[in-house]
Design a protein around this ligand. Structure first.
Ligand code: NAG
Length: 314
């Protein structure tokens, strides 16, 4: 009887512990409990198949860009360090994390994964996220994952023509397309892709990717002028593979600010405009001179011809 009960309990525990999250997923813990919806708490990272806090030994209460990156990964516009008044007894999974302000997910930040000799619970990172969502000020081609249990999973949506719409699940939406969606979100890999039941209109269908960093760079991935009918949407679970040489996109890679490509475009545009101006400045006076010259020449020639005519007559 006891062993019969044990099997479903173990199976249940296994699934409740796993929940389909990818490596590098984050959640916030309050008094030992974690829900993906929490906006304040001790940061827990899913790393090498286990959840654990961050140990930031040299932060002394100031965690740099970590709160901003963690909150961004959770879908909020930013956040600030909490008080570390509540901390976790579980072993940390990453150590001495240092984030750039452009990072989108925690494992893009430099970190160590082998434990230092000392690590205190007070070295855990606690954050409070702002309540504004990153998709409240979207850019054309922005992607988000909706209705997933964790922030790095769910139905794929893209922002086109002023509205959010789904990305249809088609035969070409494969692991490469899922990886591109995840890369745009800052991850560098996917741990699962499937379809989710959906009926309605979608922005994109037949998206076909191959190592692109942004969905808009894939075949069929840029915003169309009109929507298409769709009967099943793409659903992905993102992960961060620390062994991969691929680096997830940062805040300005795919839009939402001036990208390196846009800056190069502006510089090239300015140079071309300058060149055209110089050409015009040089050619317009020459043209005017030519025209004047031809006019004067014609007038002079006319006079000469007249003279000749008269002299012939004489
Ligand atoms: C999306 O995929 C995940 C992982 O396979 C799964 O747990 C989840 O139920 C799917 N979501 C929907 C809405 O189908």
């Amino acid at each position: 009887m006891n062993s019969c009960l044990l099997v479903p309990v173990v199976v249940l525990l296994f699934f409740s512990a796993v929940n389909g999250q990818g490596n590098g997923a984050v959640r916030l813990n309050v008094n030992g409990g974690s829900l993906p919806t929490y906006t304040q708490g001790v940061v827990e990272v899913y790393y090498n198949s286990e959840w654990g806090p961050i140990c930031d030994r040299y932060a002394y209460g100031s965690f740099g860009n970590i709160p901003s990156v963690v909150c961004h990964q959770l879908g909020y516009t930013g956040g600030y360090s909490g008080s570390t008044s509540s901390y976790l007894s579980t072993s940390p999974v990453i150590y001495d994390v240092s984030c750039s302000s452009n990072s989108l997910v925690i494992l893009q930040c430099t970190h160590f994964s082998s434990p230092p000799s000392t690590c205190y619970s007070s070295d855990n990172v606690e954050v409070t996220c702002y309540s504004t969502r990153i998709w409240d000020s979207p850019y054309t081609g922005m992607v988000r994952l909706q209705n997933g249990y964790y922030s790095g999973q769910g139905m794929v949506q893209v922002y086109c023509n002023g509205q959010w719409g789904v990305v249809c699940n088609s035969a070409s939406f494969d692991s490469y397309a899922a990886t591109t969606v995840c890369t745009q979100l800052g991850y560098n890999d996917q741990s699962d892709y499937s379809s989710t039941s959906f009926t309605g209109t979608a922005w994109l269908d037949n998206v076909d990717c191959y190592y692109e960093s942004c969905l808009s760079q894939c075949s069929g991935g840029s915003c169309p002028s009109s929507s298409v009918y769709c009967s099943s949407a793409a659903n992905v679970t993102c992960s961060y593979n620390t062994g991969s040489s691929r680096y997830g996109s940062t805040r300005y890679t795919c839009g939402g600010g001036l990208t390196a490509g846009a800056i190069v475009g502006i510089v090239i545009g300015a140079l071309v405009a300058f060149f055209i101006c110089v050409v015009l400045i040089i050619t317009i006076p020459i043209c005017v001179c030519c025209c004047l010259g031809i006019g004067i020449g014609a007038a002079a020639g006319g006079t000469r011809r007249t003279t000749v005519a008269y002299s012939n007559m004489a």
